[in-house]
Design a protein around this ligand. Sequence first.
Ligand code: NAP
Length: 296
Amino acid sequence: MRIGVIGASGQLGSELCQQLGNAAVPWTRAAIDLTDHVALAPMLRDSGVDLVINTAAYNKVDLSEDEPELAFAVNAFGPRQLALACAELELPLMHVSTDYVFGQEVHRDRPWQETDAPGPVSAYGTSKLTGEYFVRSLCPQHYVVRTCGLYGHAARQGAGKGNFVETMLRLGREREELRIVNDQHCTPTSVRDLAAALIELAATEQFGLYHATNSGQTTWAELAAEVFSLEQMNTRVIPIPSAEYPTKARRPRYSVLSCTRLEEVLGRPLPSWQEALRRYLEERRTPENPSARSAT
Ligand SMILES: NC(=O)c1ccc[n+]([C@@H]2O[C@H](COP(=O)([O-])OP(=O)(O)OC[C@H]3O[C@@H](n4cnc5c(N)ncnc54)[C@H](OP(=O)(O)O)[C@@H]3O)[C@@H](O)[C@H]2O)c1
């Protein structure tokens, strides 16, 4: 099976290509630009792939408030065109989405299920939700997979916007204490574990909407504290409410995703977020490790 990966230089895309090896047909933005609707269908037709995974996105959450047209072009109308092309070619399409499709229910404290009604609170979240709807309505053979808080080694090469773990490692070296929000509950997820799950899911033909994250839940402040503890750094974390760290875009207070549907298909949960983080930091310390090779 040959799998076309759109967004191949991003965190998730590069990890997928690495795990797929010769089965991957990597498409960076130079090869497939989701906003170029004319080139998309011929490119897919000529490629001979058996399935397409779309990891590309306009991920700048705060900037999306100022440039919603760009967010919608990449996150909604690009996937729409992709879904139309895949449907015409009878190709299955796996499309990656986000926990930021939730957020309006501010007192939520139970993990979101695929059957729960979404309600984004940002332009980014709305653009991603629109992309989901296009894929689900236009391409019968679809997997739409929502995930959360991604980190992977490719971010160290400057792919995408970096990631929270790398930002903490950098800031932790520069400062003695950091004030980090402690009232946004979510599940940080290693692209290593997510990519493995996506590849397994892609072979099942059990199409539909899925949630896929590492197991458990935490907050950004707790995650930062865990990073510093595992790296034996003395940086102090001061937990603060979101109100003390205003951002252009609102974020969900609670966006933990229930992954039981995926667990039933795979027969296992993804590893805990703590285990995944420990592994990521270990790989980072030993760049000769093949797992971290893509970032060295
Ligand atoms: N990062 C997170 O914390 C997070 C959380 C939840 C869900 N997600 C979702 O997970 C998926 C993967 O995220 P990621 O962290 O791997 O993202 P990433 O590292 O930012 O990579 C995104 C890739 O998309 C490419 N791209 C941007 N605009 C494009 C366009 N018009 N046409 C084609 N490619 C384009 C970028 O190319 P360039 O390198 O050329 O810019 C980049 O390689 C996305 O769907 C995202 O919405 C991410």
